[in-house]
Design a protein around this ligand. Structure first.
Ligand SMILES: NC(=O)c1ccc[n+]([C@@H]2O[C@H](COP(=O)([O-])OP(=O)(O)OC[C@H]3O[C@@H](n4cnc5c(N)ncnc54)[C@H](OP(=O)(O)O)[C@@H]3O)[C@@H](O)[C@H]2O)c1
Length: 305
């Protein structure tokens, strides 16, 4: 099967490309990696000729403008990149009978849920920031493009709180912040009132590959590691696994005012995967990843403790 991946150099895109390289169904040439130079969200009309040239049977659309504060400052540009460009890609793919997976986010939900349950696919989206609104517009445009189309399937795969190679993610930022706090002999301040589903890109990419390999792409999927954590819980687990012992203080998210308002409850209820096995716990996924991050840091000459 010929599978193309947009945003192939991004955090999730690179993991999807790697997972597809290992998949038996992509054949000896592997997936087709589309960088920004090939598919640009600012000039999406160019996608038709690219589809005709590369002739994928499936596109995994990972490219997006993921700077949530940038999206809050310029919601129109966010809508153009994450909403309209997704629609252009979806219409071009649907017309050609090509299947599509659109990667989306927990930020399409308002995060005001208080019953302790994760958001399920049937829950009503109601974004509270420009990024979430633009990603929801992408979902809506893609669904409209595939409405009534026979012989081509659309999947929406939502995920949350992604981390993974090449680093510069939440765990890496916590390690760097711990260094700074230790140098200043201050407690590390951690946000305790945002709760979400920390998710490892390699696991999410495996799940996407499983959906494709099992011909189970259609519908809306919530692909997150099992469990949930506040930012503070997540950070403390990073420090525990990295064996860094420093004092911490819980603080509200309002301690750091920012352009975008993140949803306070960013928990997605994982949807079943074809093999029946849910993604492992976020703590176990973190344990797989952290040694790589720590090696990277020591190679860069950083002080970890
Ligand atoms: N990060 C999260 O916590 C999170 C959570 C839920 C859902 N998601 C979704 O998951 C997907 C992947 O996110 P990620 O974390 O991998 O983000 P990322 O690392 O920022 O990757 C985004 C990718 O999109 C590309 N891109 C950005 N602007 C572009 C443009 N104008 N034209 C073409 N390509 C462009 C980037 O290309 P360059 O490398 O050239 O910049 C990069 O390859 C996105 O759809 C995102 O909305 C992310």
């Amino acid at each position: 099967m010929r599978v193309a991946v947009t945003g192939a150099g991004g955090r999730l895109g690179r993991a999807v490309v790697s997972a597809l390289e290992e998949a038996p169904f992509t054949g000896p040439f592997g997936p087709i990696a589309w960088s920004r130079a090939i598919f640009d969200l600012d000039t999406p009309e160019g996608v038709g000729p690219i589809l005709d040239r590369d002739r994928p049977e499936m596109v995994v659309h990972c490219a997006a403008w993921t700077d949530v504060d940038g999206c809050a400052r310029d919601p129109e540009l966010a809508l153009a990149r994450n909403g309209e460009a997704t629609g252009v890609l979806a219409r071009a793919a649907a017309e050609r009978g090509i299947d599509l997976i659109v990667i989306s986010t927990n930020e399409i939900f308002d995060g005001r849920r208080t019953d302790g349950a994760g958001y399920a696919p049937a829950d009503e989206p109601d974004p509270i920031n420009g990024y979430g609104a633009s990603k929801l517009a992408g979902e809506v445009a893609a669904r409209a493009a595939y409405e009534g189309v026979r012989g081509a399937v659309l999947g929406i795969a939502r995920t949350a709180w992604l981390y993974g190679p090449p680093g510069n993610d939440f765990p890496a930022k916590i390690l760097a912040a711990a260094d700074r706090a230790a140098a200043l002999r201050e407690p590390l301040r951690l946000v305790a009132d945002e709760v979400g589903s920390p998710s490892y890109t390699l696991d999410v990419a495996e799940a996407i590959t499983e959906l494709i390999g099992s011909a189970a792409v259609g519908g809306t999927h919530h692909l997150v590691n099992a469990g949930r954590a506040s930012r503070a819980d997540w950070a403390r687990e990073v420090l525990r696994q990295a064996r860094i012992d420093i004092p911490t203080d819980d603080v509200p998210a309002s301690t750091w005012p920012r352009a975008s308002t993140p949803p306070a409850w960013a928990v997605l209820e994982p949807t079943p995967l074809p093999g029946g096995e849910p993604l492992r716990s976020w703590q176990s996924a973190l344990a797989d990843y952290l040694p790589t991050l720590l090696r990277q840091r020591s190679a860069a000459g950083s002080v970890a403790r």
